[in-house]
Design a protein around this ligand. Structure first.
Ligand SMILES: [Zn+2]
Length: 362
């Protein structure tokens, strides 16, 4: 739990600037702290993700209007001898809280569903209370062992890699073998109308020459003991135990980098749709649902945590990768190793995130 001495609130307004009110924002700073830890790992040549060091979260005031108007959020991780690391998070970090507030307005019929609104953020210093730790009723043990960074060379990987999806300078390069995409597609096909899932494993690496971090996925472990339904898949404790023992058996000291799941969209399309409509079905668009975001936040909050979604559309398999950027879940680019020619058309570039996607197509 970071040190946070401010209470944040959101001012919501209509596009014509009429106010919709001010709403307190209960913030989840977990992904912000992970972002700072990973930034420290990238910047300071560490061999392991820093687990210790106090994290402070504070508002950076908007330049023109000043306090209490928030321009961005500054997250500072104490250095333990390595120098402090600071990251600035954009106002979009408050988007989920703003959407939450807007849902209340929709319920009260003040806003229409999907009606446009704008938000700005204010912050007020709260009287210093007891340290957050003392308020905790129980302590959550850190999951698994601390991340150890492997020294490797990215040069050979880049030589065999084809970049796909939206690239962003802030993202750590992520390499995925074509074989992993093929395995994910085979699992998706075999599951038919059900969703299926798996665990992406591999290494977080630091290049031996230029010291730049990159992530290499090595394999996909099919998730066992999941409960799968038509539109959701649930990981159970047994899923993780099985994945951990599979990693141990492989003996390659891999870690869980993220997860994969499928969207069997062609089975969601209405039986009344004709062949043309089936090809254009809006359900076949790549998306990362609110439930997907919640699962990703719970299970893979680490800044390198990745999520591969394979959409089984009428026209074939579509691939999209999601991950963390500045503490937010975004669609991200990735490099396919030994990419097959067919995969180029199958990478989705514009996925929907978080919002509710269409539930039916007719
Ligand atoms: Zn999903």
């Amino acid at each position: 739990m970071p040190l946070d001495e401010y209470q944040y609130a959101l001012d919501l307004e209509r596009p014509d600037h009429t106010s919709l009110g001010q709403f307190p924002a209960a913030m989840d700073w977990g992904p912000a702290c992970e972002c700072a830890r990973f930034a420290a790992l990238r910047a300071h040549n560490l061999v392991a993700l820093p687990n210790t060091g106090e994290v402070t979260v504070e508002p950076a005031w908007e330049e023109s209007r000043g306090e209490p108007h928030v321009g961005s959020v500054r997250v500072v991780l104490g250095g333990n001898g390595n120098g402090a690391t600071a990251v600035n998070l954009p106002l979009t970090y408050f988007r989920a809280a703003a959407q939450q507030a807007s849902r209340g307005l929709v319920a009260q019929k003040i806003l229409q569903p999907r009606e446009e609104f704008h938000y700005s953020v204010v912050a007020f210093r709260t009287p210093r209370s007891e340290p957050a730790k003392a308020k905790r009723a129980f302590t959550i043990e850190e999951v698994a062992s601390p991340l150890i960074v492997k020294t490797a060379s990215s040069r050979e990987l880049f030589a065999q890699a084809t970049p796909f999806g939206p690239a962003h300078a802030a993202d750590v390069p992520l390499f995925v073998p074509q074989r992993v995409l093929d395995d994910a597609a085979a699992l998706t096909r075999a599951a038919g109308a059900d969703e299926t899932a798996g665990v992406l494993i591999g290494h977080v690496c630091r290049d031996a020459d230029d010291q730049v971090l990159f992530v290499e996925a090595t394999d996909l472990i099919p998730a066992k003991h999941t409960r799968s339904e038509l539109t959701a898949v649930t990981f159970t404790a047994e899923t993780w135990t099985a994945a951990e023992s599979a990693i141990r058996l492989r003996g390659g000291r891999e870690i869980m980098l993220g997860w994969f799941h499928s969207h069997p969209a062609k089975f969601w399309c209405s039986p009344n749709c004709g062949p043309e409509a089936r090809r254009e079905c809006p359900l076949a668009r790549s998306f990362f649902s609110g439930e997907d975001c919640a699962l990703h936040r719970t299970v893979f909050p680490q800044a390198y945590g990745a999520a591969l979604v394979v959409t089984h559309a009428e026209a074939g398999m579509r691939y999209a990768m999601f991950g963390w950027r500045h503490g937010l879940i975004v669609q991200r680019g990735f490099h396919v190793l030994n990419a097959s020619r067919a995969v180029a058309e199958a990478i989705s570039s514009e996925a929907i995130i978080g919002e509710k996607h269409e539930e039916a197509c007719d």
